[in-house]
Design a protein around this ligand. Structure first.
Ligand code: RTP
Length: 150
């Protein structure tokens, strides 16, 4: 049974540019399941917590300012190897290096306006889901789609 989950966030630029449907469509069409979603404005302290691992980087201040600059869409996606495959769908951090066909490769130019975040490991996905969805996630599908999963 494929139960791996990842945390995906559409950053403020993606929301302002009307890319919510595009992002959701790509994950849905691949065969992943949207398990939780909310549109939220996050506080500076929350953004700092999400990106705590990067707090010593020179771009940290600008990154936090970017994330709090408008609403973001926080989502949990589920499916077989969804963490690693989600990162492939998202594309390389620098959009100019991201392959065409990836979200960043198709829709972004600047590293500081790269549209989307995706967890980089199963362990970080677990931490990020707990941080963004402390209320928990409602179960709404008990089995995988038989035309997608063997
Ligand atoms: P994310 O966490 O947003 O999915 O991005 P990532 O794993 O691909 O990259 P990471 O190294 O974790 O960086 C987080 C975000 O910080 C911004 N960044 N700016 N100016 C810079 O050199 C720089 N490097 C990273 C990007 O918005 C990146 O997504």
């Amino acid at each position: 049974m494929a139960t791996e989950q990842t945390f995906i966030m559409i950053k403020p630029d993606g929301v302002q540019r009307g890319l919510i449907g595009e992002v959701i469509g790509r994950f849905e069409k691949k065969g992943f399941y949207l398990k939780a979603m909310k549109l939220v404005n996050v506080e500076k302290s929350f953004a700092e917590k999400h990106y705590a691992d990067l707090s010593s980087k020179p771009f940290f201040g600008g990154l936090v300012e970017y994330i709090v600059s408008g609403p973001v869409v926080a989502m949990v996606w589920e499916g077989k190897q969804v963490v690693a495959t989600g990162r492939k769908i998202v594309g390389a951090t620098n959009p100019l290096a991201a392959e065409p066909g990836t979200i960043r490769g198709d829709f972004a130019v600047d590293i500081g306006r790269n549209v989307i975040h995706g967890s980089d490991s199963v362990e970080n996905a677990r931490k990020e889901i707990a941080l963004w969805f402390p209320e928990g996630i409602a179960e709404w599908r008990s089995s995988q789609h038989p035309w997608i999963y063997e």
